[in-house]
Design a protein around this ligand. Structure first.
Ligand SMILES: [Zn+2]
Ligand SMILES: [Zn+2]
Length: 150
């Protein structure tokens, strides 16, 4: 269960070109978001990969702009950012159809696998309750080496 409901009504504000955060959905932001929607939840892209995809679509956007756009889409609640250990970041679509999940990340090649664990979710919920925190999200990123990189 993800309590961050900011992304639950994706389509209509997008059509209006405005997000409830007050930030505008520019054509460029929409292009990046469309890419994530097309590949669907459960895919984790780096900024470089997003950049390469857009170039394939004949969209000439600088990598710096892609970074800015991705960060903004995270702030707007459309994307989730995964922080890997080596300063690498990956982004994925936040969606209701793809609820709280956890990540197993290879710190060498960046291969990312998802898994689900009720234990992690309930441990987070209990910890929050015990300390009087309001739970937003309870996810686990496991840094590891994949079979190819061991
Ligand atoms: Zn994921
Ligand atoms: Zn690896």
């Amino acid at each position: 269960m993800n309590l961050n409901a900011g992304y639950s009504s994706l389509s209509s504000p997008l059509e209006l070109g405005l997000h409830k955060s007050g930030l505008r959905i520019t054509p460029q932001r929409k292009k990046v978001l469309d890419l994530f929607q097309r590949i669907g939840g459960g895919n984790h892209l780096s900024a470089e990969e997003v950049h390469a995809h857009l170039l394939q679509m004949k969209s000439r956007v600088s990598l710096a702009t892609i970074y800015r756009t991705l960060r903004l889409l995270v702030r707007m609640g459309f994307l989730h950012e995964l922080e890997l250990s080596e300063g690498g970041h990956r982004f994925e679509l936040l969606s209701k159809d793809h609820p709280d999940h956890h990540h197993l990340v290879c710190i060498n090649c960046g291969r990312t696998e998802e898994f689900e664990s009720d234990e992690v979710v309930s441990a987070g919920r209990k910890a929050a309750e015990n300390k009087g925190f309001k739970l937003i999200e309870s996810t686990l990123n496991v840094r590891a080496l994949c079979p190819k990189c061991i």
